[in-house]
Write a protein that binds this ligand. Structure first.
Ligand SMILES: Cc1ncc(C[n+]2csc(CCOP(=O)(O)OP(=O)(O)O)c2C)c(N)n1
Ligand code: SF4
Ligand SMILES: [Mg+2]
Length: 277
């Protein structure tokens, strides 16, 4: 009996794997994306979401492959277009829990024009930025978050650009939930994904993750492990000034920078306007 109970516990513990598709990930061994997906599977399991009620929408890049590895509905859309497709889907099917996924190149380069609008409208989506600060799929070119002077395949003498600060951008655009997680901490990432999913409005979650194949010097497992820590200032407050300051001065802090649970979502605003007509 004891043996049986132990086995049952093990099965329950691994229950989240039902959200993993039967297609085995094609990512490089050691890629941070495995940790993010583990956190995702566990988050939706703990929220007791049914896979037929989840849709994962991605753009193009190594991160674009996530719907293929999820046992849920999914769209593998065009480069930079996960946010508009996810927005349209959520407006048409409010009953679905919609996740939009994008890499740093996908979200902040070619697709950078979509972020301000989904944030200001406060469409009820959870957005996961797989931020490895490089174009992984196309073999290591500089992205909008690549460190200044880092040598990449597109800038062999060093990246001349100043990187964007994704948390600052999301705050400035008016996202109502802004957080940072770390792929090496799937438990912490799971908790943040759960809170972002439950939040009624646009949730922006930057996940720091290494590209083990094309970045051997900057955002590596070693440097992340040494630098990442929990956000110090009291999180989950509607304190934009403190959040902005933390965004500027705490580039490796993980946690919730800003959360406004009272702001109505786009869907709620539409309904209110219709009712008042
Ligand atoms: C319109 C268009 N332009 C360029 C590309 C080539 N391309 C594919 S993925 C990618 C960048 C991927 O980088 P990122 O979004 O950071 O994703 P990662 O691979 O790092 O997950 C580029 C430039 C494309 N597929 N389509
Ligand atoms: S190229 Fe980089 S981001 Fe893509 S799977 Fe390999 S390690 Fe991961
Ligand atoms: Mg990338």
């Amino acid at each position: 009996m004891e043996y049986l109970n132990e086995k049952l516990d093990q099965v329950r513990e691994r229950d989240f794997l039902q959200y993993r598709s039967s297609d085995l990930p094609t990512w490089c061994p050691g890629c941070g994306y495995f940790g993010i997906m583990d956190a995702f599977y566990k988050a939706v399991r703990e929220l007791d979401l049914k896979y037929e009620n989840i849709c994962m929408v991605s753009g193009i890049g190594c991160s674009g492959r996530t719907p293929i590895f999820s046992n849920s509905y999914g769209f593998h859309t065009l480069h930079g277009r996960s946010i508009p497709v996810a927005s349209g889907l959520k407006l048409a099917r409010e009953d679905l829990t919609v996740f939009a996924v994008a890499g740093d190149g996908d979200a902040l380069g070619i697709g950078g024009g979509h972020l301000p609008h989904v944030a200001r409208k406060n469409i009820d989506l959870t957005f996961l930025l797989f931020d490895n600060s490089i174009y992984g799929l196309t073999k290591g070119q500089s992205s909008a978050t690549t460190s200044h002077a880092m040598k990449t395949s597109s800038h062999p003498a060093g990246n001349p650009d100043t990187p964007l600060n994704p948390i600052r951008l999301a705050l400035a655009y008016g996202a109502s939930f802004v957080a940072r997680a770390y792929a090496g901490n799937p438990e912490g990432t799971k908790e943040i994904i759960k809170q972002g999913t439950v939040h009624k409005g646009f949730s922006f979650i930057q996940v720091l993750t290494p590209c083990v194949t094309f970045d051997k010097t900057h955002r590596t497992w070693k440097s992340l492990k040494e630098n990442v820590y929990d956000l110090k200032f009291p999180s989950q407050e509607k304190n934009m000034e403190a959040a902005m300051r933390a965004a500027d001065y705490e580039p490796h802090a993980t946690g919730i920078f800003f959360h406004d649970p009272d702001r109505p979502s786009y869907q709620e605003i539409l309904k209110k306007l219709k009712d008042e007509k």
